[in-house]
Each structure stands twice: as C-alpha cells, then as structure tokens.
Ligand binder design. Structure first.
Ligand code: FPP
Ligand code: MG
Length: 297
C-alpha cells in the first residue's frame, strides 16, 4: 500500500498553497478497500498502482463532499475537514483531489477512463438519491438498495472490473463480485452505525437516523412494529435523540432480532460475491469478503 500513498503524494506535490497542504496533512487515508481489491485481482504493476491511487483520490474527494452534505464532525477518528477548516475549504479540496485524479486518469487507457468516470456519475447520483430519500421516512427497501448500489457499490464494482481487465479475466464475473461486495459493505456499515461505539468506529454512532437515513435496520424494524410503536419510531426520525430514546430503538431492534436479519442480508450479498468468482480459486478475494463481513469499523 506504500506505493499507492507515494503515488498520491506525487500527484499532489505541486499543490504549493499552504491552506491546501494543511488540510492534506489532516486527512487520514483509510482502509483502501478498493485498492486491496484491485491489487488482489490484477497483481502489482505500475498501471495497477496508478489506478489504485486514482480511485483512492476519487474516494477521498467523495468523502470530503459527503461530510459537508451530512454535516459530519468526525471522520476516521479525527475532526472532519469541513469541521476543522469549514465547508468552503473542504468543498474546494474535494474538487482539487477529484480533478487531480481525472488528470491522471486522462493519461490511462480510454477503457479505464470510461469505467471510472461512469462510476463517478453513478456515485454522484447515489449521493443525490441518499439526500432525497432522507427528506422523509423511507420504508421502500428497493429504493434503499438502489441508492446504496450507486453510492457505495459502484466504485467498488469499477475497481474490480479494472482489475479484471488488467489481469485478462472476466469483466462480468469480477464486476458482479465487486457489486455484491459493495452492497454487503454498506449494509455492514449501517449495522455498525447502530451496534458499534465511537472509539472503534471513528465517528459517532446512531448518526444515520439523525441524518434522515432510514437504513435497512430501520426499514425492517418499522415493518415489524405495531402501529403505536411505528408512530414512536417515526417521531424519532431526524431528531437529536436522548439516552432513553436510543435505548428504546436498540431494545426494539434486539427484541425483533433486526440486526441478525440485516446481517444475514449482508452475508447473502457476500456469498453472491464469492459465487461470482468461485471458479478462480483466489483465496485472498474470499478473505476480503470474510474480513469485510466480520469487521468492527
Ligand atoms: C458515504 O456515505 C458517501 C459515499 C460512499 C459517496 C459520496 C459521493 C459523493 C459525495 C459524490 C461524488 C463526488 C466526488 C467529488 C467524486 P455515508 O454518508 O453513508 O457514509 P459515512 O457514514 O462514511 O459518511
Ligand atoms: Mg456521510
């Protein structure tokens, strides 16, 4: 992963403006799931490292914009860039990282440029779907799944697809692997928002519902509550909840075994991912799924 960090630094080295350098210093680059995936499929090469660096830059840019949209104060255990430097600065840093990524992408094979730029269009549509779904208490599972496919799975799918092209393997099978991995990833994320804690997760827990996101656990819970309790849950939507209200939600989820049900859904997507590439016998791709499903942050 060091090669990717070095490449990213190289791409950004001519950004000789102190406010930008200060913000870059405050960014924690994260797990690099998309790079791990691409490298495990394609192996190490100059081209695969470049694609990884480009994809990580796009991912970073998207999180900068997402934290502004969600008004998030914490990212990966540290103050978010919008909280520390203000939304205007964070917005422009996102634009810089995104444009740097596209400048480098423009030097690559057109096939990669098309796959990745198409993914960014869908990513942005996904974020818009997320914003619009958050306007009201959404109980439509299909709309939710379509949104997380765009917002999260598409860039993971594109990473796997680029990896497969580089390795001369089936684009379709690996895209399918990436798509299902991405869906499982976001569902596990939604579970962790409820059951983890801030020090492990690096961001406040129970923030999805406050931000207006009726993720799968809330959709499933709503469907299992009686009418009176449905009304209570809806009255908590987008609210700063006190301890008792949080406890009420958690107890209802335990009683109705919601997180188990949602976790099984994530596991189903994980299994779909494994089935898509089972004929390749790539143990490290199985490991990525296992680690992702059992992760705690
Ligand atoms: C996190 O979702 C957000 C994303 C995975 C995608 C965000 C995409 C954009 C802002 C559009 C693309 C923009 C550019 C510049 C490429 P979340 O809020 O559910 O997760 P979180 O809890 O980690 O914030
Ligand atoms: Mg967010």
């Amino acid at each position: 992963m060091q090669e990717i960090d070095t490449l990213i630094q190289n791409y950004l080295k001519d950004l000789d403006y102190t406010p930008v350098l200060k913000m870059l210093d405050s960014i924690n680059i994260g797990k690099k799931l998309r790079s791990k995936l691409l490298l495990n499929i394609a192996g190490k090469s100059d081209i695969s490292f470049k694609l990884c660096a480009i994809i990580e830059l796009i991912h970073l840019a998207s999180l900068l914009h997402d934290d502004i949209i969600d008004d998030a104060k914490l990212r990966r255990g540290a103050r978010s860039i919008n909280d520390k430097f203000g939304a205007k600065n964070a917005l422009m840093l996102g634009d810089i990282l995104y444009s740097k990524a596209f400048f480098e992408l423009s030097k690559m094979d057109a096939n990669f440029a098309q796959i990745i730029s198409d993914a960014v269009v869908k990513l942005s549509l996904g974020e818009l779907m997320d914003i619009n779904l958050s306007q009201e208490f959404n109980i439509d599972e299909d709309k939710y799944l379509k949104m997380i496919y765009h917002k999260t799975a598409v860039l993971i799918e594109a990473s796997a697809k680029c990896g497969a092209i580089l390795a001369g393997l089936s684009e379709g099978n690996f895209a399918n692997y990436g798509k299902n991995l991405g869906l499982a990833f976001q569902i596990v994320d939604d579970i962790l928002d409820i059951k983890s804690n801030e020090s492990i997760l690096g961001k406040p827990i129970m923030s999805d519902f406050k931000e207006g996101k009726t993720t799968l656990p809330y959709i499933y819970l709503y469907k299992k509550l009686d009418n009176a309790d449905k009304n209570i849950l809806v009255s908590f939507f987008k609210k700063e909840l006190d301890k008792n209200e949080i406890l009420w939600i958690k107890e209802q989820m335990i009683e109705k075994q919601i997180l188990e049900e949602v976790f099984n859904k994530a596991k189903t997507y994980g299994n779909n991912a494994l089935i898509a590439i089972e004929s390749y016998n790539n143990a490290s791709l199985n490991e990525i799924i296992d680690n992702m499903i059992s992760r705690e942050f």
